[in-house]
Write a protein that binds this ligand. Structure first.
Ligand code: I3P
Length: 126
């Protein structure tokens, strides 16, 4: 509503703890290491913080940028093949990195899947 310009980024989904594992980086396979991560969805990217406090701290320190994923060109899909866990979403970025997001609570992960997917799909439409 009444945005001030294209550079403006807005929070689409507020922070929540999800389990995250990065399984490849630029096409190179990584050893899977699940970690509880504070995840925030903005209009063009997904941000990862170690904890909720870190988000608040970084917002106070201009120039600090959190770990994140550019969602333009990213593919978001449910996967049953990349993990033995239930409720796993795979995000493949345009640069060939792959991430898994998971939560035991199905409605929680569904909400994130749907929001991340529609954000990525809208960005890719141009
Ligand atoms: C991995 C660890 C992960 C598991 C992964 C294992 O072992 O148990 O939890 O992923 O399975 O390789 P390690 O700690 O020795 O690295 P899931 O929990 O997602 O199944 P994978 O190799 O089949 O991906």
């Amino acid at each position: 509503i009444g945005g001030t310009g294209a550079a403006e980024t807005l929070v689409v989904l507020k922070g929540e703890y999800l389990n995250k594992a990065k399984i490849s980086d630029g096409g190179k396979k990584l050893r899977k290491n699940w970690a509880s991560t504070w995840v925030v969805l903005e209009t063009d990217k997904l941000l990862f913080y170690k904890e909720s406090k870190q988000e608040a701290l970084m917002n106070l320190k201009p120039g600090c940028s959190p770990d994140g994923v550019d969602l333009c060109g990213a593919v978001v899909e449910w996967t049953t093949e990349r993990s033995s866990r239930k409720n796993v979403v795979q995000i493949t970025t345009s640069s060939g990195s792959e991430f898994l997001l998971q939560a035991d609570n199905y409605p929680t992960i569904c909400k994130w899947h749907d929001a991340i997917k529609s954000t990525a799909d809208n960005l890719s439409k141009g």
